[in-house]
Design a protein around this ligand. Structure first.
Ligand SMILES: [Zn+2]
Length: 444
């Protein structure tokens, strides 16, 4: 009896991509490539990330475990299970194309790759003296830039197409796109003209106000940012069109975002620490031969389910201590999807949040003291009636709130939330990394 050859597996992650902007989720962006992927596979309407930022969500995507487990989120700890490593050991060619400095070799995300193309490592020209002087000069007039802060979707796609050309199957390919991340849409000439520099300066000033005084940002300004963001999403979609046309229809493709992006909801912009839907509700699409196309799954699914799903696709066992389940049986209609609990967590030097989405409800706790389990504030939303989480029902539904609070506190205790919250100090980073993170708005 011949053993069936495992398929190529492609994991596409798009930084900051909200589900509700995509055409296939009823959004306004023109995303024909992503929409086609949804038609060919399963579209999950209630997929959640386990945190609010890249460096705490990716450990879960690659390990099937929660952010604070296994050494926390400051590094992709060498001891942590890696789905990429498991695929490599089983004979897959593993190729990664990264564009985000938080996912660089510096943080251990290259582990398990036969080939790791790290485009986030800045080009030397970007740090040459003339360019730095010019950038500094533009900065004096409000923040223009000469070199975009991250590689474009075109560069990511070019590198991926080049890397898989002639590679022996089966291969695992991971691509990470940054064009939906602030400053939104870098797919334009590398040297900006005076007019572009003026626009950049305006946008940079607006972004600074979004961070410092979000309550003073007007609806018109918010719409301008949203339009820029939409353009970034559409840029990624065009490039995905190039990638998807060269893939075989038997290839398995999963697409998701590391987290969402806020545009003034709950008086926040970008992806701050709070765990509301705009930050943790993500798109998830899964195309797999044998799973019929055009399916829509409304049950809760999570990033921790990706690793076991990918492993089952490759006919490999799930991680021994994994927190997720394979989504394949439900996608293939051999078993119904069980009712899953999606936990999320986020911490910084000021404190921690923890949240749970389950059975149509979303509960969020803001912790006064995470070590002593003291809650400062809590909120409860009906996920299906109020997906934007605008009406707090914690007082109206005390028994539901109590049940979900108990589950969240149990999660905090069992998954080490808050124990690795120490911020990465600028002093610990080399100059190149510091410069990249400053450009992306993470450091000042
Ligand atoms: Zn991110």
């Amino acid at each position: 009896m011949s053993k069936k050859k495992p398929p190529n597996i492609i994991l596409i992650t798009i930084d900051c991509l909200r589900a509700d902007i995509l055409g296939c989720y009823g959004g306004e962006a023109q995303t024909p490539s992503i929409d086609r992927l949804a038609e060919q596979g399963v579209r999950y309407t209630a997929a959640f990330a386990h945190s609010h930022m890249t460096k705490s969500t990716f450990p879960s995507i690659f390990s099937g475990r929660y952010p604070s487990q296994d050494g926390g989120t400051q590094q992709f700890d060498a001891e942590r299970f890696s789905v990429v490593e498991a695929l490599q050991v089983s004979g897959y060619q593993t190729i990664g194309v990264n564009s985000n400095p938080w996912l660089s070799r510096r943080f251990g995300f290259h582990r398990g790759y036969t080939r790791y193309v790290d485009l986030s490592e800045a080009s030397p020209a970007a740090h040459s003296l003339p360019v730095r002087l010019l950038n500094h000069g533009l900065g004096l007039f409000g923040g223009g830039v000469i070199y975009p802060p991250y590689p474009s979707a075109q560069a990511v796609t070019d590198a991926a197409l080049q890397a898989i050309d002639g590679v022996d199957a089966p291969f695992f390919l991971w691509l990470h796109y940054m064009d939906a991340h602030w400053p939104y849409d870098v797919d334009r000439p590398r040297l900006y003209g005076p007019r572009d520099a003026e626009n950049w300066a305006y946008n940079a000033r607006l972004a600074a106000r979004c961070r410092q005084t979000p309550e003073r940002v007007t609806a018109r300004e918010r719409d301008a940012l949203w339009a820029l963001y939409r353009r970034g999403v559409e840029t990624v979609d065009r490039q995905l069109g190039r990638l998807l046309t060269v893939l075989d229809e038997a290839d398995t493709v999963a697409l998701t975002a590391d987290h969402g992006e806020a545009f003034g909801e709950h008086t926040e912009y970008f992806h701050k620490i709070a765990l509301h839907a705009e930050n943790v509700h993500v798109p998830l699409l899964l195309r797999h031969s044998g799973a019929s196309g055009g399916q829509v799954e409304n049950g809760v699914v999570r990033h921790v389910d990706l690793a076991p799903t990918i492993l089952e696709t490759a006919v490999l066992p799930p991680p021994g201590n994994g927190e997720g389940i394979s989504l394949l049986p439900a996608a293939m209609n051999t078993e119904p999807l069980p009712k899953l609990e999606a936990f999320s967590e986020s911490c910084n030097q000021n404190g921690c949040y923890a949240a749970l989405r389950h059975d149509g409800w979303a509960a969020i706790l803001e912790m006064e003291d995470v070590a002593r389990m003291i809650v400062r504030q809590e909120s409860l939303y009906n996920y299906y009636d109020d997906p934007a989480e605008t009406r707090n029902l914690a007082l109206e539904r005390p028994s539901r709130m109590a049940a979900m609070r108990a589950r969240i506190l149990d999660y905090i205790a069992r998954r080490n939330v808050g124990t690795s919250a120490a911020p990465l100090l600028a002093a610990d980073m080399d100059d190149d990394l510091k410069r990249q993170l400053i450009k992306l708005g993470y450091l000042e």
